[in-house]
Design a protein around this ligand. Sequence first.
Ligand code: MN
Length: 404
Amino acid sequence: MTSSPTRAQTWLDLPADTGFGLANLPYGVYSTPGTGPRTGVAIGDRVLDLAAATGDDVHATGTLNAFMARGPRSWTALRAQLTDWFTDPVHRGAIEPHLVPRGQVTMHLPIEVADYVDFYSSQHHAENLGRMFRPDSAALTPNWKHLPIGYHGRAGTVQVSGTSVVRPCGQRKAPTDDAPTFGPSQRLDIEAEVGFVVGVGSDLGTAVPVGRFTEHVFGVCLVNDWSARDLQSWEYVPLGPFLGKSFLTSVAPWVVPLAALEAARVTPPPRDVALLPYLDDSDQPWGLDIRMEIRLNGELISCPPFADMYWTPAQQLAHMTVNGASLRTGDLYASGTVSGPGEDQRGSFIELSWGGKEPLTLADGTTRTFLDDGDVVTITATAPGADGTRMAFGEVTGRIEPAR
Ligand code: MN
């Protein structure tokens, strides 16, 4: 016999099937017409004003950075405090006045982003792109199963969900063109990803091993790494992505604490080459059963499974620092496009439309290869919570605006 997980009782009247129950308690930064940007915790359809509830000014700074920098003991203590407040009715009178309906708040970028790194850790995504771009070679490059491939991105253009996506202009040259041309991207795409937020920095010259992941990483947020494929394919050899990616990266406003994800941990797919010792994660795997959904203009078009990712965030962190590169509070690193084996599990339009050759037909009868002006893309996700509920990650959304 198995016992079903018990759900802690709360005095709050939570909506049925809320993704923001007691098991989740994600952090964000919000404002209202009457209050400046401050830290909030989502619970049901409301937000707890943490600055007011705790009396701690660290939650009135307008970013999570100063709180994250305090480290895991503080993170654990506040999470325990929140759980106590929301479960023991004795606290209702003191806490309830600091709950604000989420419909009344404006969400802001939750962290001041220090450095931004983007990986390429889905084998299915890497193989799909390899097959499209290098049809005469092996789908994976020789290094792919030996190290998590990544690049350093542009921290200053990471913005909160809802920020308009102005179609980027740049150079593009198709293989059949004689010369490059300049103009608005004609192959504007998404990359559905999961991001990891560093709370505690590290010393220059000192690597952070796989086993120290939870001492440095605070939480998880959804990421859309908007990508201009025509700009990217012309510029990327030999130094990697540049202007085809740096015009905008969108993140969800809610950071789900790593502590909320214990029940979502899974073993990553089997590795079929031996890993160098610094990447060995066999005694503490950090695969995560996060199920993502991508909607175009409200229509569900793909469900990428994060559990299929070949490289875990703990391995990515170890690799990113193995040369002695230091971490800073507010560093953000993203997983790379999440794609599963199925055609309805692909995390980008370049895969969903197979390089533009197989357009998607939408419910309204229109077709898409890449994004049109006016299109709205929304990425959401859920993961199992410790109490048997499914936790939500909020959403990362953006509307394509015409080139300027
Ligand atoms: Mn990416």
